[in-house]
Design a protein around this ligand. Structure first.
Ligand code: ADP
Ligand code: MG
Ligand code: MG
Length: 898
């Protein structure tokens, strides 16, 4: 099998299907080349070679690919009419990483490779542009030094050693931009850079182009195992053995003067999804300059430039003069670029994110990939492309990453609160959303506060972990395609970039704007949709399901045949879930209602009562409260089924544990503190989760079940009198034997009959059970003969199947996951292999005696995509999840059915 694949000159050995072998970048460079798009020629060393390198080491791997690489360099030389290492007519190359999925900025790239003190003279002469040649040389030493020779900042508030040298020189010369250096300045920089390398590493900077090449190739392989890449991989669950490919490609130069440029562009808006071509560029610059935020780039389209000017409050004359778009500056090249972006989107049938460089009036495309986007953009683009006929309805659904919908389901700023907000400055709306938190200035301190906003001059790949932790990101420099902006959109995190009015002082840990100073720990809020930076905290409100999102949900419902219900304990939660499309309640936990201040007292009296009579009295106090709760929930879910679980947790959870609270209770009940204390210790259990709880409560204190049943039935009858239909499903928790269920069922049905008698009216209701004790899954056929429905309680079922106490698992689960003993937290992601067998078995056995048995699932897993898919494949009738996960479950159910 080939280890090196060539591309360029309108041909290619590989294609876009070969991402696993060639990496995303290499596969797409090959595809573009074959499509006839102008791509500088080059070759890709496969990911398999990277894996071999990790096993065999440097020497063996160089041996393995040496002749192939040399032959491929010869091919590039022929296409470009230049020679690698030649002094007269030098070929320079870039050495670029590229894993099978894009990991923006996570791994390393070296540009302008092949230069040394002699070759630079040749390049200057050949191009007639010594300034360009020396600028390229100083860039090369800088990048090679950082990537290959480890010339990085030594501590976090230190700056890059090369940047430091450049800053000094700029000060000395009284200039601010890199482009203002004279030829002599650039020569001095090269000298100083090499000197710094020698001082720090003890070695001379390598002069032989081939040595440089192999050094860079190996460094790219190594970057796969660098801290940043490892963190990114772990975060996304990408295995270590994927490896990265290495792309070696002829350089094209965006830094040759004012007829050259470089930029990044998107076929649609990655923040909002709007179907407008957009992007940024810099005249006389090389690739990294745009992303790194060294200079603030300008807009590619006139529309983008105008929109930018509006935000920045710059008038048309100034805009056209100072911030003209590529469309205005280089109209012909813009037209060509626009044609290519259209062609690429149609070809790949998805939004593209592209890199381009203009060398002396000629356009080259350096990269294309499916663009990262926010959740909102993901939905809008999929629905728009469906309407445009670019993709089918099934494809539109499959384009949606379920977990990314989460972003659309979070609170947004309350418009009323926004009106009163004090806007302190404005930046670019780099990634939409609402974020409010306390200021931190360093990524590794983002977890200092529960809600933090990371404020940086600019971000770099090292900041990834902190960006993940922060609620929002604010930078003073950089454009819409800066590192901060791209990464934030990928994470779905609110981000404002390029807020030039901010003065950030890392040492003093302050942020000042217009003479006002803000400190670490001060609250600020970011509106990522407008770019407004707001002082203090701003109130938020619930999101709405509308526009494209509503269309997506409608489309999901067309393909979905599993129902989605919600877990809700209050009318408010029920109403939210219903607005998100819940088709009923799969779990109402009645105990949550008892924790409210005015109720806990009656609850405690019930628990402390020594006699049935005392208990009944206390329960009578609770009855009207429960009844009104149920009325509220039934009303919110009018006409839809509502599953109510009878009291489940151990009673010990309800009693007071502090002496003060125990005294208070004793006074209220006119008994001694001793009596309260005794009762509390009597109730304490060694293993509460396996103790006196679930139906064991109802079976030992049937009066509790009686009261709860009465509250449910009376609530339904009260609503019926008002013309509101309710469909209660009474659910018995923690059943392990048929008799346990039967005993509860008897109490429930007898109580219901009694209420019907009293009211001379009736309603329909069902009585079912949770299946959460492993024994119940084994006995499911017998239990199903009695129960009207099953609902898998996968939390307890996981707890009891693994024998992991949920409340204690925090001590070992993270270590198990780190060591690979477990792949994922089984309380988050259903263990399909083990616990999943019990779900399947319970369903099959249950339906063997009652073929139409309704079976559902409640618990955390009901909203987790991979688990939902499993439940669908196991033939469940519904999943039930928290209100905010309902749209996600609806989508996954549709994806599973396609
Ligand atoms: P990343 O994956 O971090 O984006 P890239 O390999 O894409 O790294 O390269 C970094 C920058 O250098 C990009 O802007 C890219 O366009 C530019 N670049 C890479 N190779 C070349 C080349 N052969 N000629 C000109 N610019 C290049
Ligand atoms: Mg790139
Ligand atoms: Mg349970």
């Amino acid at each position: 099998k080939a280890r090196v694949y060539n591309f360029g000159n309108k041909t290619a050995d590989g294609n876009s299907q070969m991402k696993n072998l060639l990496g995303g970048k290499g596969a797409n460079l090959a595809e573009m080349s074959a499509l006839g798009i102008p791509v500088p020629p080059g070759f890709t060393i496969t990911t398999e070679v990277c894996t071999a390198y990790n096993e065999l080491g440097k020497e063996a791997v160089i041996d393995m690919i040496k002749s192939d690489v040399e032959a491929s360099i010869r091919t590039i030389e022929k296409t470009m009419g230049a020679e690698f290492g030649s002094k007269e007519n030098p070929l320079l190359v870039s050495v670029r990483s590229g894993a099978r999925v894009s990991m923006p900025g996570m791994m390393d790239t070296v540009l302008n490779l092949g230069l040394n003190d002699e070759v630079v003279l040749g390049l200057a002469e050949r191009t007639g542009n010594p300034k360009f040649a020396w600028d390229s040389y100083r860039r090369f030493i800088q990048m090679y030094g950082g990537v290959v020779l480890g010339m990085k900042p030594e501590s976090k508030d230190d700056i890059d050693p090369f940047e430091e040298i450049m800053e000094h020189l700029k000060e000395k010369r009284g200039i601010t931009l890199d482009t203002e250096f004279s030829i002599q300045d650039l020569k001095d920089l090269v000298y100083d850079f090499k000197d710094a390398v020698k001082k720090r590493t003890g070695h001379d900077f390598p002069t032989n182009p081939w040595d440089q090449l192999w050094g860079a190739v190996i460094a790219v392989f190594n970057s796969w195992n660098g801290d940043r890449a490892v963190y990114y991989r772990t975060m996304h669950g990408y295995p270590a053995d994927w490896g990265t490919a290495v792309n070696v490609q002829a350089m094209v130069y965006g830094n040759m003067g004012d007829n050259s440029a470089t930029g990044v562009c998107f076929t649609r808006d990655a923040g909002t999804g709007e179907n407008v071509f957009n992007g940024e560029y810099l005249i006389n610059a090389q690739g990294e300059d745009v992303v790194a935020g060294v200079r603030t780039p300008q807009q590619i389209t006139k529309l983008g430039s105008e929109r930018w000017a509006e935000l920045a409050k710059v008038d048309e004359e100034e805009r056209a003069q100072t911030y003209p778009s590529l469309e205005e500056v280089m109209p012909e090249l813009y037209k060509e670029l626009d044609g290519i972006q259209k062609k690429l989107e149609t070809h790949y049938r998805d939004m593209q994110d592209m890199e381009f460089t203009i060398q002396d009036g000629k356009l080259w495309i350096l990269q294309t990939r499916n663009g990262k986007r926010t959740g909102a953009a993901m939905v809008k683009i999929a629905i728009d492309q469906l309407h445009e006929g670019l993709i089918s309805d099934k494809e539109a659904l499959l384009r949606i990453e379920p977990n990314k919908l989460d972003e659309l389901l979070h609170p947004v700023f309350d418009p009323k609160a926004l009106k009163q907000a004090h806007v302190i400055a404005q930046g670019l709306p780099a990634s939409p959303g609402a974020a409010t938190g306390k200021i931190v200035f360093f990524a590794d301190e983002a977890d200092k506060f529960k809600n933090s906003i990371l404020v940086r001059i600019e971000t770099s790949p090292e900041d990834l972990e902190g960006m993940h932790v922060a609620k929002g990101i604010l930078t003073a420099r950089g454009g819409m395609t800066s590192h901060a902006a791209v990464v934030a959109r990928g994470m779905g995190k609110c981000c404002i970039s390029g807020a030039g009015a901010l003065k950030i002082n890392y040492k003093a840990r302050t942020l000042s704007v217009d003479g006002h100073e803000y400190h670490e720990g001060d609250w600020i809020s970011l509106n990522g949709s407008t770019g407004n930076i707001i002082e203090g905290k701003v109130a938020t409100k619930e999101p709405e399901l509308s526009g494209e999102f509503a269309k997506l949900m409608k489309l999901s419902d067309k393909f979905r045949d599993m129902q989605v219900r919600t877990n809700a304990d209050t009318p408010n939660d029920a109403a939210i879930a219903r607005s998100f499309g819940a088709e009923g309640i799969g779990l109402t936990r009645t105990e949550h209602m008892f924790f409210e201040v005015d109720r806990i007292k009656a609850m405690r009296e019930m628990i402390l009562a020594d006699t049935v009579k005392g208990r009944k009295e206390a329960l009578n106090e609770l009855l009207p409260m429960q009844r009104s709760d149920f009325e509220g929930i039934f009303e919110a879910m009018e006409g839809l089924p509502v599953t109510i679980r009878l009291l489940d947790p151990p009673l010990h959870e309800f009693v007071p544990h502090t002496l003060v609270a125990q005294k208070e209770l004793a006074d209220d009940m006119h008994i001694s503190v001793e009596a309260v204390k005794n009762k509390v210790s009597e109730l304490s259990e060694f293993n509460p989760m396996l103790g006196h709880r679930g139906c064991r409560l109802g079976n030992t204190y049937p009066e509790i079940t009686e009261m709860q049943t009465r509250a449910i039935i009376e609530a339904a009858l009260n609503l019926k009198a008002k013309g509101v239909i309710s469909k209660p499903e009474i659910m018995v928790p923690l059943v392990g034997t048929v008799a346990e269920f039967e005993a509860q069922e008897k109490v429930i049905r007898a109580t219901a009959e009694k209420v019907f008698e009293e009211r001379q009216d009736n309603i329909e209701f069902t009585v079912g059970t949770m299946i959460e004790v492993p024994r119940a899954t084994l006995m499911a056929d017998l239990i199903a003969e009695k129960a009207d429905f099953f609902s898998f309680g996968t939390n307890d079922l996981t707890q009891m199947t693994f024998g992991y106490s949920r409340d204690d698992a925090g001590k070992f689960l993270p270590i198990y996951i780190e060591k690979g003993i477990l792949k994922a937290d089984p309380f988050e992601v259903l263990d399909q292999e083990g616990v999943g067998q019990l779900v399947k078995l319970g369903t099959e056995r249950g339906r063997s005696s009652k073929p139409k048995l309704k079976v559902g699932v409640c618990g955390e897993h009901g909203g987790e995509p991979s688990s939902v898919e499993f439940f669908y494949n196991s033939g469940l009738d519904y999943v039930s999840c928290s209100p905010y996960r309902v749209p996600i479950a609806r989508l996954v159910a549709a994806q599973a059915a396609i």
